[in-house]
Design a protein around this ligand. Structure first.
Ligand code: NAP
Length: 457
């Protein structure tokens, strides 16, 4: 492939990535977005493989086999494990960028301009720290490591000192790229910083941290683009970096938290103290009772959460909605931006179950409908419905925007027990007079509701 064709392939790939992001941001065009993203990747990889700069395909073949052996099982991880899967792919992407940077340094150390060395130092710093931080995030989410924040005195000072030392070495190497002995020290400090950065962050904040790490991995790849003089890497890395950053901002806003609070707030610790629930009574109902309440309602707002995802109840939930719809009940779904374990989690599950998009309401629209709604049916959602977020200043979820399910005339909550959700705190919704607890696995309970309603048709 000649150089002009290669640049054209890269240009088409860059345009595909931009279109993919655009189309992925709306449900009706999301599939097209995935396809054009794949096409962009084929153009980028295909173009690179056919480029005249390739000296030998032997190592590429080895890398291809290795990547496939790791990538195929990763692609099979369940939907509920997407955050940890994403953490692993960031770890590998960041490691690749850091290793390319390391190789370039040892190949060209003496001849590097200040600008290129600056980009290379950034690439390696961000690459190595993202590698270990992403592995730690994976470990916490997969519960291979303790999920509670691990703290010790002067933790932030120690962490900042290590990062500061790594950055100082990077700056020194920009001025004197020939000081090869310092390079491994800088790399080691970034690796250690990645581990220490994640220690004080609780499992509950991992999805936000992962999308921040996504942004670091993207920046590292963009820096690599400057080192290798590859414009496609600069574009793709910048898109990755900025989209990861925007996603973290969206998540922080939806939880009413700041970046500093997520990164340094040791959020899970506060929850551990707050989790001491007092003994209060709750009312529960059987599937039969719940089905008759739903049948008598004119409007029902379904509020899905992480429990629906774990139970894989979305198909049964759609059946329930269809049955109620046929009986003249107006059924809608309220989607909280951080319900589940990643933004859009509920949209993906409901789309998979063929729930019509126009039945889905965003949080603000759902909240304006809820005071006029007969029943809010919460299915495996907890934190995103906790009224304490509106008024209890001592609650760790205070200020987080919630779905106002308690404003409906009757509230029904499907969950297995009185156990808390991700934030580890009790939910006062369950003790309200208008609330009925429907104890059981989400799929099993909704299946019973469907049976009750179809039996009484
Ligand atoms: P949640 O607060 O974690 O609650 C999920 C509930 O589902 C649990 O209380 C659990 O209760 C129940 N459950 C689990 N398995 C179930 C099953 N098989 N059947 C029925 N119920 C089941 O979930 P959420 O309301 O969706 O809130 C999301 C949380 O994740 C928030 O705290 C949010 O801040 C956090 N988060 C989300 C994102 C994101 O992007 N989505 C990012 C960062 C943080 P039982 O054990 O009693 O069944």
């Amino acid at each position: 492939m000649n150089a002009t064709l290669l640049q054209l392939a890269y240009l088409a790939a860059a345009a595909s990535f931009i279109l993919a992001l655009k189309w992925l941001s709306a449900v009706p065009t999301a599939r097209r977005g995935v396809l054009v993203g794949v096409l962009g990747m084929i153009l980028a990889i295909g173009g690179t493989l056919l480029s005249p700069e390739i000296v030998s395909y032997r190592f590429i073949a080895v890398a291809f086999v290795l990547g496939t052996v790791i990538g195929v099982p990763m692609a099979m991880m369940p939907m509920t494990a997407v955050p940890q899967r994403t953490a692993l792919s960031h770890a590998f992407g960041a490691l690749a960028a850091a290793l390319v940077g390391t190789a370039e340094y040892y190949l060209r150390a003496e001849g590097l301009s200040r600008f290129t060395m600056g980009a290379l130092a950034l690439e390696v710093l961000l690459g190595f720290l993202t590698f270990t931080a992403s592995l730690m995030a994976f470990g916490k989410l997969q519960e291979l490591l303790p999920t509670r924040p691990m703290t010790y005195p002067f933790q932030n000072v120690v962490n900042l000192a290590i990062l500061g030392a790594a950055v100082a070495l990077a700056v020194y190497l920009v001025v004197r790229p020939g000081q090869m002995a310092l390079f491994p020290v800088m790399a080691l400090l970034s690796l250690v910083f990645g581990v220490l950065l994640i220690l004080p962050i609780g499992g509950a904040d991992m999805p936000t941290v992962i999308s921040l790490l996504n942004s670091y991995a993207g920046l590292s790849a963009a820096a690599m683009g400057f080192v290798l003089d590859n414009k496609l890497l600069i574009i793709a890395g910048s898109l990755d970096g900025s989209s990861g950053f925007i996603l973290s901002i969206i998540m922080c806003r939806a939880m009413n938290r700041s970046f500093a609070n997520v990164l340094f707030g040791a959020f899970g610790q506060v929850q551990a103290q707050a989790a001491r629930a007092e003994q209060r009574t709750v009312r529960s109902a059987t599937p039969e009772e719940a089905a008759s309440i739903l049948d008598a309602a004119a409007s029902v707002m379904v509020v899905p959460g992480y429990g629906m995802a774990v139970a894989q109840a979305q198909h049964k939930v759609r059946e329930l909605a269809d049955l109620l719809g046929k009986r003249g009940v107006n059924v809608r779904f309220a989607i909280h931006p951080v319900a589940g374990r990643m933004p859009g989690h509920m949209n993906v599950l409901l789309a998979e179950a063929d729930v019509a998009y126009d039945r889905l309401l965003e949080m603000d629209d759902a909240n304006s409908e809820l005071p006029q709604t007969d029943v809010s049916l919460v299915i495996g959602a907890n934190d995103v419905t906790n009224p304490a977020a509106r008024h209890d200043k001592s609650s760790p979820v205070y200020g987080m925007p919630i779905i106002d399910v308690d404003k409906a005339r009757t509230v029904m909550v499907i969950k297995r027990s009185m156990n808390p959700g991700f934030a580890g705190i009790d939910n006062e919704l369950y003790y309200m007079d208008k609330t009925l607890m429907l104890f059981g696995d989400a799929k099993a309970f909704v299946t019973s509701l469907v049976k009750e309603l179809s039996g009484s048709a």
